[in-house]
Design a protein around this ligand. Structure first.
Ligand code: AMP
Length: 386
């Protein structure tokens, strides 16, 4: 689906303006690279000394996220603010909003920072989510057991990512021990969804309400961390259309200006259940850098600047991305030459100094004619460890 091309909004930020990013990880880094190509300057705000984004931006401010004076100063020094991870405190987004447009708004950030708020927000918009029960204290155990008697997955309501803060439950007897193990904090107990596959849609919405949606990505997880993304997802046209409709409803319903990703489960019937929202570009959309006319990061830059969105067409019939986790470094620096020798393989490394197991260090993208690209990408990755 291509966006309609329109003239920039009055007040659009033109190349040469400075876009500010809260957060300095790989998503900020890839955003900065895309924004630079369009001629923007990029400033990043992070509490780290040398986060991945800081190595490729015009300016890096190192300060704590809860130092609202520094946040205000940063926002006043740029033309618009965006963020690259959702755990930016709400007060930080609010402090920035007083000095520059924050896109997407703090409302979307607030909703996606907490699984209960997110599920309630999705339900309010009429979007399908898994059956769930809230557990804030032991008095909720009985109700939760009645609501989700069988297999479940307990997730902390706040600050979860990549399967962190989660426990799988065989049945309701395990509710109490799981809740204690997770630190006796507010959690959501979800029914296990018997999905056939997992997909995601990355969508962008401009200041004028223009929407651009990529065709769905298909995601394979290992240990609850994204391992491989295949594009296009192997789903029917009806499922694809339904996934787009869900994304459109959320983008319009929250009046998003920016990019978001919705992760969904596909049931054997083709029906969809929304799992999670990321209020920013997403790991599953990284292959758009190589495989699509405008990448998810370019869309973010365009949306944040108030410019028309880019085309979401692909430049190849199929593409796959595999993550490169720190585990590949177990016996030393991976054999990069082995991957670089492979024709058409695109290597992306995030400039992280320390490789830890499970840490996302980079990714590889491969393009081709069919879904065999996923296997090829995995095979190339298997050449890397020493
Ligand atoms: P999350 O952190 O919520 O994205 O969960 C990480 C992964 O765990 C998902 O990508 C799924 O593979 C799996 N998962 C999460 N919730 C459920 C569920 N309700 N039913 C089945 N699998 C799930």
């Amino acid at each position: 689906m291509n966006p309609s091309h329109q003239t920039p909004q009055p007040g659009a930020l033109l190349p040469g303006s400075t876009l500010g990013v809260l957060g300095g990880g790989q998503l900020g880094r890839m955003f900065a690279l895309a924004a630079h190509r369009l001629g923007f300057r990029v400033a990043v705000y992070s509490d780290d000394a040398a986060p991945p984004a800081s190595l490729v931006v015009d300016r890096h401010v190192r300060a704590p996220y809860d130092d609202l004076d520094q946040v205000a100063k940063f926002a006043a020094s740029v033309d618009a603010v965006t963020f690259e991870f959702e755990n930016v405190p709400t007060a930080t987004a609010q402090a920035a909003t007083r000095h520059a447009p924050v896109r997407p708004s703090g409302d979307l950030l607030h909703m996606t920072q907490h699984r209960l708020r997110e599920k309630r927000g999705l339900r309010r918009l009429g979007l399908p989510v898994a059956d769930f029960a809230e557990i804030s204290s032991p008095s909720d155990f009985e109700g939760a057991a009645a609501a989700i008697p069988g297999k479940g997955i307990m997730k902390t309501a706040a600050w979860g990512y990549d399967g962190k803060g989660q426990r799988r439950l065989a049945n309701a007897d395990e509710i109490e021990p799981a809740w204690r193990e997770l630190g006796e904090q507010p959690t959501v107990l979800e029914a296990i969804v018997p999905f056939e596959r997992e997909i995601s849609v990355v969508g962008a919405r401009g200041v004028d309400g223009e929407i651009a949606l990529y065709e769905p990505f298909e995601n394979l997880h290992e240990n609850q961390i994204l391992d491989t993304t295949l594009w296009p997802a192997r789903v029917s046209a009806a499922t694809r259309a339904a996934a787009h409709e869900i994304t459109r409803t959320l983008l319009d319903g929250m009046a998003v200006v920016g990019v978001l990703c919705i992760e969904m489960f596909v049931l054997p019937s083709g029906e969809l259940i929304v799992n999670e929202i990321a209020p920013r570009p997403h790991n599953s959309g990284h292959l758009t850098i190589d495989a699509h006319v405008a990448s998810q990061f370019e869309q973010q830059a365009r949306a944040v600047a108030g410019l028309p969105l880019g085309a979401v067409d692909a430049v190849a019939p199929a593409a796959a991305m595999v993550n490169l986790l720190g585990d590949l470094w177990q016996n030393g620096e991976p054999d990069w030459a082995a991957a670089l020798r492979e024709p058409g393989v695109r290597l992306h490394l995030y400039g992280k100094a320390e490789a830890r197991p499970g840490r996302k260090m980079g990714h590889l993208t491969v393009m081709g004619d069919s879904d065999a690209v996923a296997e090829r990408a995995q095979r190339v990755r298997s050449l890397l460890p020493r």
